[in-house]
Ligand binder design. Structure first.
Ligand code: ADP
Ligand code: MG
Length: 226
């Protein structure tokens, strides 16, 4: 399953005019591949992810998520598509302070229903996949920044997403931990055949991705295959 954006334009109100955050952006990400989006702050990277996640509706253009054309879908249909097909890892882990690691991951299963026993087994399996099998019962304050980001990634994978969208996962991490998170995302992308988009302002670690696109002033200005 893939992610395809075609000629997407997004504007925000800006005083009396409009600010163009995305200017005729096209991007195709195949299943099992990881595309990095780099570019300076304010260039439109998070806007691109928000549109791909169907959290924001573009002014123009098409967004096809895992075979579903999203143009014209209502809010409830988009919410269902996100819940069933899209995993989102925001920059800040946004973990709930009172929950253990395994409970953070289980929150996703409670949102989408399904048998509790199977969900618990899957949550533990995902924590194992991100290298936190022995930390499943810890709360956020008992985890390092890198470990919290791994819980965040495990949570995004709980609904077996076809499309995985990750915003600056390494910005709070040192070089070595950033590399480890990138390695993990690259491995999960292949193992789970997700179409993964990774936003980063950091050009380090890009040897681990399948392709890199560059955002500048709302435009994708370069596409260099890895
Ligand atoms: P990046 O993630 O690359 O830093 P963003 O996508 O967050 O860039 O922002 C792109 C442009 O859109 C910036 O000029 C930013 O100020 C503007 N912008 C982002 N979100 C909003 C919003 N909700 N309302 C108005 N302007 C916004
Ligand atoms: Mg951003």
């Amino acid at each position: 399953m893939t992610l395809t954006l075609t000629d997407v334009t997004l504007t925000y109100p800006d005083g009396g005019t409009r600010l163009t955050a995305l200017d005729r952006v096209s991007l195709h990400v195949a299943a099992g591949t990881l595309t990095a989006v780099v570019g300076p702050s304010g260039s439109g990277k998070s806007s691109l992810l928000a549109v791909a996640a169907t959290l924001v509706t573009p002014d123009r253009g098409r967004v096809v998520v895992a075979g579903t054309e999203t143009t014209g879908l209502g809010g409830a249909e988009k919410a269902a598509l996100r819940r069933e097909r899209v995993g989102i890892v925001f920059q800040q882990p946004n973990l709930l302070p009172s929950l253990t690691a395994v409970e953070q991951v289980l929150v996703m299963a409670h949102l989408s229903g399904g048998p509790a026993r199977a969900a618990r087994a899957r949550a533990r399996e995902l924590l194992d996949a991100v290298g936190l099998a022995d930390k499943a019962d810890r709360r956020p304050h008992e985890l390092s920044g890198g470990q919290r980001q791994r819980v965040n990634i495990a949570r995004a994978l709980m609904n077996e997403p076809a499309v995985l969208l990750v915003d600056e996962p390494t910005s709070a991490l040192d070089h070595e931990r950033g590399a480890a998170v990138l390695d993990l995302l690259a491995a999960l992308t292949r193992e789970r055949s997700t179409a993964t988009v990774l936003v980063t302002h950091d050009r380090a670690h890009l040897d681990r991705v399948d392709g890199t696109v560059t955002m500048r002033d709302g435009r994708l200005t370069a596409h260099a295959p890895a």
